[in-house]
Each structure stands twice: as structure tokens, then as C-alpha cells.
Design a protein around this ligand. Structure first.
Ligand code: GDP
Length: 448
């Protein structure tokens, strides 16, 4: 997602490097490049026009900055404008003061509603809520079962019509689910509704009827980012037929060019509230316009990375490792066991290419990132696991015979073992020198 746009914009900014100040001609040329980049990304034409104009006006009126060179100045302006078209502020769920809060999902079939219901439930649980999922998609024969499977995986109760009762009335099911939630003290109800492959009047009416019956606090329009400009048309149809309060973009992990994401807020006037980027329950996040803008500009998404780290890291274990690195001379108390634990913690955050991709400046290293060999990391783990605890604690005791035993045990060559040990000692030295507090401060704009 956004790959081509990212490359294009980076190339545009590069052209401005080395310039002392921005002339009107520079601004015009840059604006033209940005226009092409956005059109290629399949962004809605009126959105592109508005965007490019705003950048031009701001760039022309920008004061000569002491702190930023012209290239950085343009990046700053584009960053602000991207944040703006993506919605500006993060829009949080409005929870009802009188539970249950009712969230209704609407969208075409295949948009990812049912998957989203599970993700939303997982997220709600983490936020301290007790959600109930409701199967009001009685159109597709398998839909109820699918939601039940998703609910089970998320560890959340699913309210569904009893099997054998015929097709059932989805409006009635939705209505009953609210009573059930009140009775059993669920504080958030997520209603999954039926979708069709195309927009049709009957489906729209059914969704509108469910909406009228359950009076949701939030109606979320779920849309597949892969459908590009069509997302905008579909959104408009749903806006008219059912109405909605927020948008959820799904399949951001795909190779969509980003047009849907960049157009939908401006065209519908409704905020993007969540984004889905994979098939697993964890592949989901609250949508932050500013972070997405930074990510598009290759400035990384450090905040999301930190949040993911906080979710997966064991704080105590992490603090212990840091203390070991900072304490004794050269961090020698930090052994391979600590390293192994840290590595496992990082891997829990997802595939390394995804994790590193969120770091500033890594946008340009995309190709290498895709080639990160997870198997290599498996090998490192295997080598460490073949060591005894005392070897892991102190690598200096690793003589020739120990090394060859470890190599045999982990199915690698002795030189691979040597390699790992040497690299570990080097890395430890570096980490130890940073552990004294030299890591503070936000990273600057990369590559400028
Ligand atoms: P629904 O018809 O709207 O309920 O859509 P589903 O939840 O059944 O999703 C349709 C397909 O898209 C399923 O195969 C999902 O696994 C897949 N899917 C849903 N969300 C995502 C996502 O964010 N990324 C990817 N790659 N696949 C997704």
C-alpha cells in the first residue's frame, strides 16, 4: 500500500535538495509532481486539486525558515496536508453513557465485515469492554457460522438465531440482541449485517431497518481499500441508503495504490476510524491520520511501533535487560539468554519486515526489508537454544569443542556459530554504549 506514492514523493523531494530557497518555479514544478503522484495513486480528482492548491499556497507563503531547508519545508507542508485529507484528528469511538454502546457494521459482501467484527471485539476487550457480537447477516448461508468461528477465536460471545428456525428476521435478531446485552451486562454490541456483491435496494433497506431498530451509536462503513475509486462510489451509495458515522478501511496490507484511503474522508465527510491490514485478529488499529501521513512520507510510524511494543513487551523483562546493559562494564551481564528473550519479544510484534517498515527512513529500504530472512532468525534461535545456560550467560567460555557441539546440536556449521557470537559481542558493545541515555530525542527527517 502507498508504495508507488511513497517512491514518487521521495523522488520529488529529492529534486529540491541542495536548493538554497524555494522559487515560484520550484513550487510549481513540485506541485506538478505531487499532482501526478496522487493521480497515479488513484486519488479522486477533486481531492487532488484541492490538495495541490493547498500545498502551493502554503509553500509560496512559507517564511524562509532558519531551521528547515526547502526540501524539508515542502515535506512538512505535504505532511500537514496529508494529515488533513486523512481527517486531521484521530476520531475515537463515542461510547454511550448508557450501555450498551451499539456499533453497526455495513458494507459490501467481502469487504471484511465479519473479520472486522472479531478484530473490533479483540480491541474492545483490550480496552476493558465486554463486547457481544451479533449475527444479523442471515443472507449468506455460512455467515452466522463464520461469525461464530471469529467470536470463538476472539474469545467473545456471539448472539445468533437458533439453528433450525428457518432463515429468520435479521431486524428482529438485532433488536433481541440489545435486550440480551442489557440482561447479561455486555457494554458494547457489535452488529454484523449482510452485504451483497453489488449495491442493491433490498440490502440497503434491510440495513436501514436494522439501523432504525437498534439506534446505533456508531454505524461503521467497512470498505475494501483494494477497490480504489469504487470505494468512493460505494460509500456515497451507503451514505444515501443507510448513513454512517465512520469508515473502516480493510486490506491495507494489499497492493492497493492508496486512492481509497486518501479520497474517502474528503468525499464523504466522514472520518476513517479504523484500519485493517491482514487476516489475523491483531492486524487492526485505530486510524491516526498524522501517523498514516508520516508513514506515506517514509518518516516512519514510531508511535504505532511503540504502542505495539508496549502491548507485546514484558516491561519487567525489558527493564532488566536494559539495566544489565547499562550496569557492568561493556554490558557484559547481558547474555545470549537475554538476547534470545528480546528477540522473541520483537518477533511477537509481527514479521520483521512489517516492524522495521515502521521505522523512520526505512521506506527507502523496502526491497531489502522484504528480503529479511526469517529463517536466518530461526537459525540464530536454534544456535542459542543449543547452548547451556552458563554458555548463554558468558560467551567467553565457548571454546572449540563447545562450539562444535553447539553447531551439531543446531544443525549449522561452526563458522555460523562463531559468526553469531562475534556479532552478538559487537552488538552488545554498541547497545551498552547507547544504554547510558544516548537514545533520547526524536529522530529527525531521514534522508534530507
Ligand atoms: P464480509 O463479507 O464483509 O463479512 O467479509 P469477510 O470478513 O468474510 O472477509 C472477506 C475476505 O477478506 C476473507 O477472506 C477475509 O479473510 C479477508 N480479509 C478481511 N480483512 C482483511 C484484511 O485486512 N487484509 C486481508 N489481506 N484480507 C482480509
Amino acid at each position: 500500500m502507498f508504495d508507488t506514492l511513497q517512491d514518487r514523493l521521495a523522488a520529488t523531494f529529492k529534486n529540491l535538495r541542495g536548493k538554497g530557497r524555494l522559487t515560484d518555479a520550484d513550487v510549481d514544478a513540485t506541485a506538478r509532481e505531487i499532482r501526478i503522484a496522487l493521480l497515479e495513486a488513484d486519488v479522486n480528482l477533486s481531492v487532488v486539486k484541492e490538495f495541490v492548491n493547498a500545498v502551493k499556497v502554503k509553500a509560496r507563503n512559507a517564511e524562509v525558515s532558519q531551521a528547515l531547508n526547502p526540501s524539508q519545508q515542502i515535506v512538512k507542508i505535504v505532511n500537514e496536508e496529508l494529515t488533513e485529507i486523512l481527517g486531521g484528528q484521530t476520531r475515537n469511538v463515542r461510547f454511550s453513557k448508557q450501555p450498551p454502546t451499539v456499533i453497526m457494521l455495513a458494507g459490501l459482501q467481502g469487504a471484511g465485515k465479519t473479520t472486522l467484527a472479531g478484530k473490533l471485539a479483540t480491541w474492545l476487550k483490550r480496552e476493558g469492554h465486554t463486547p457481544l457480537l451479533v449475527a444479523a447477516d442471515l443472507q449468506r448461508p455460512n455467515a452466522v457460522k463464520q461469525l461464530q468461528v471469529v467470536g470463538e477465536r476472539a474469545g467473545v460471545h456471539v448472539y445468533a438465531p437458533q439453528p433450525g428456525n428457518g432463515i429468520g428476521d435479521p431486524v428482529q435478531v438485532a433488536r433481541d440482541s440489545i435486550t440480551e446485552a442489557e440482561r447479561k451486562l455486555y457494554d458494547v454490541v457489535v452488529v454484523d449485517t449482510a452485504g451483497r456483491l453489488g449495491i442493491d435496494a433490498e440490502m440497503m433497506q434491510q440495513a436501514a431497518d436494522i439501523r432504525a431498530a437498534v439506534q446505533p451509536d456508531e454505524v461503521l462503513f467497512v470498505v475494501d481499500a483494494m477497490i480504489g475509486q469504487d470505494a468512493v462510489n460505494t460509500a456515497n451509495a451507503f451514505q444515501e441508503g443507510v448513513g454512517f458515522d465512520g469508515v473502516v478501511l480493510t486490506k491495507l496490507d494489499g497492493d492497493a495504490r492508496g486512492g481509497a484511503a486518501l479520497s474517502i474522508r474528503k468525499v464523504t465527510g466522514k472520518p476513517i476510524m479504523f484500519a485493517s491490514n491482514g487476516e489475523k485478529l491483531e492486524d487492526f488499529d485505530v486510524f491516526h491520520p498524522d501517523r498514516m501521513a508520516s508513514r506515506i512520507l517514509g518518516m516512519g510510524d514510531v508511535l504505532t511501533l511503540i504502542e505495539q511494543a508496549e502491548r507485546t513487551f514484558d516491561a519487567e523483562q525489558s527493564a532488566k535487560a536494559a539495566a544489565k546493559l547499562a550496569s557492568s562494564k561493556g554490558g557484559k551481564e547481558f547474555g545470549l539468554q537475554d538476547f534470545l528473550e528480546q528477540m522473541k519479544a520483537v518477533r511477537k510484534m509481527g514479521p520483521l519486515s512489517k516492524v522495521f517498515g515502521m521505522l523512520p527512513g526505512m521506506g527507502q529500504l523496502k526491497d531489502q526489508l522484504e528480503n529479511i530472512d526469517e529463517k536466518e532468525i530461526d537459525r540464530v534461535e536454534a544456535i542459542i537454544l543449543s547452548m547451556t545456560p552458563s554458555e548463554r550467560a558468558d560467551v567467553t567460555i565457548l571454546n572449540g569443542s563447545r562450539r562444535s557441539r553447539i553447531a551439531k546440536g543446531s544443525g549449522v556449521t561452526v563458522s555460523e556459530v562463531n559468526n553469531l557470537v562475534n556479532r552478538f559481542v559487537e552488538a552488545r558493545k554498541m547497545m551498552a554504549s547507547m544504554a547510558g541515555g544516548a537514545m533520547g530525542g526524536m529522530p529527525g527527517m531521514p534522508g534530507m
